[in-house]
Design a protein. Structure first.
Length: 266
């Protein structure tokens, strides 16, 4: 020590102060080293954890693999649908070979099979088409007659307007008996009151009553049935001529039907 006084401050000695400062720097260095070591260890742990996370996430499917899986599933479903369609076609062909046809008419509620191009020979196809379109026109004309009779009922043109409307509903059965159709059209053209027809007599009654809209409906109905009757007569003549030229008769038709039945049963 630089002083011999026992009561003097020992820390005032320069040698002691220098020694204490060196020891403090040593402690700080040790603490910093420990902190740096801990930080390095933490970073390494974090890096290790992140690497482990990346490794774990690599077990999930990538977007490309998911897309390939979906495409494979769609391909499998398409193949299944193709197999089902092929099975349905084979069943339909088998039914056709046994004389069965899938109903296709009327289109909104199929009940029967109807195909003039397939079922009718070419020589008779034109006549059959005209008969078919005539049948459709007659059906539309009956609907128009029903509307005209309803107009007669609403306008109260005659005292029998209710009967006209009711009887007009019954006339649809004449679509099943075309042999009487020519006489039926003549009857509808006359249009007796209460007969279910908006023909000539009911047209005159509506005209005299001042119900001009109803009269227009009636005259259109009258003209339609007149044209329908003329076309029906022309078709009847054409069918008769076609039958004679082809040598058709009831006996040949019966024999052909029996032959088809025998072939169908075998």
């Amino acid at each position: 020590m630089s002083s011999d006084d026992p009561f003097s401050d020992p820390f005032s000695d320069p040698a002691i102060s220098e020694a204490l400062n060196q020891q403090q720097h040593t402690y700080v260095a040790v603490d910093d080293t420990a902190a740096l070591s801990a930080a390095a260890a933490g970073g390494a742990a974090t890096t290790s954890t992140g690497s482990a996370g990346i490794g774990a996430s690599s077990t999930f499917a990538s977007p490309a693999e998911e897309l390939r899986a979906k495409e494979a599933e769609l391909a499998r479903r398409e193949a299944e649908l193709a197999r089902r369609e092929e099975g349905l076609r084979e069943q339909e062909n088998a039914m056709r070979q046994h004389g069965f046809r899938v109903p296709n008419w009327p289109p909104f509620y199929p009940l029967i099979y109807h195909n003039i191009e397939e079922e009718i020979p070419e020589v008779s196809r034109g006549v059959m088409k005209r008969i078919y379109f005539f049948w459709l026109a007659t059906l539309g004309l009956l609907v128009w007659n029903l509307i005209a009779c309803l107009a007669l009922l609403i306008s109260r043109t005659t005292t029998n307007s209710a009967n006209d409307f009711g009887v007009s509903l019954i006339y649809y059965i004449f679509l099943l008996f075309e042999g009487c159709h020519i006489l039926f059209t003549a009857y509808m053209v006359v249009g007796f009151s209460g007969s279910g027809s908006a023909g000539l007599i009911n047209f005159l009654a509506a005209l005299s009553n001042g119900s001009y809209f109803t009269a227009v409906l009636c005259v259109l109905d009258l003209a339609g049935f007149a044209a329908d009757g003329v076309f029906a007569f022309w078709l009847w003549v054409e069918v008769q001529r076609h039958t004679k030229q082809g040598g058709h008769s009831l006996n040949t038709a019966r024999a052909q039907a029996m032959q088809m039945g025998v072939l169908g049963s075998t």
